[in-house]
Write a protein that binds this ligand. Structure first.
Ligand code: SF4
Ligand code: SF4
Length: 116
């Protein structure tokens, strides 16, 4: 009998070779930095309503880029200053923003309650 566990013996040997080959070992991917905003900038029309609405002044048009609609799209200039208030998402007429709240470990520790 020539069949292996996964069919014929040759295919089984290839599976084992791929599993133990050093070429198959990929280096770990660098961590993706967390960001509070996902900006679908291909939909941005550069109206700057969000820029005016942001209380932290961390949105600006990217004057070095032009999207497929022909506008300079908005970009987040300082992710660490964004509070995820979502004012930008509320005023944007083109639903460009998806806003995420910071993961718990990235948020400041709650203040201790005062003891009288
Ligand atoms: S979520 Fe709030 S702080 Fe962050 S970019 Fe939008 S408006 Fe500014
Ligand atoms: S409000 Fe929306 S369409 Fe206008 S600049 Fe901001 S992201 Fe672009």
């Amino acid at each position: 009998m020539t069949g292996g566990l996964f069919g014929d013996g040759l295919r089984t040997r290839k599976c084992i070779q791929m599993a133990i080959s050093p070429i198959a070992i990929r280096p770990p991917r660098p961590p993706v930095p967390w960001t509070p905003l996902v900006i679908a900038d291909e939909r941005c029309k550069g109206c700057e309503l969000c820029v005016a609405a942001c209380p932290k002044a961390v949105l600006a048009l990217d004057r070095g880029r032009v999207n497929l609609l022909g506008y300079h799209p908005v970009r987040l200039t300082d992710a660490s200053a964004c509070t995820s208030c979502a004012f930008c998402a509320r005023v944007c007429p083109d639903a460009v923003f998806t806003v995420w709240v910071a993961p718990r470990e990235a948020q400041p520790a709650p203040r201790e309650e005062r003891v009288r």
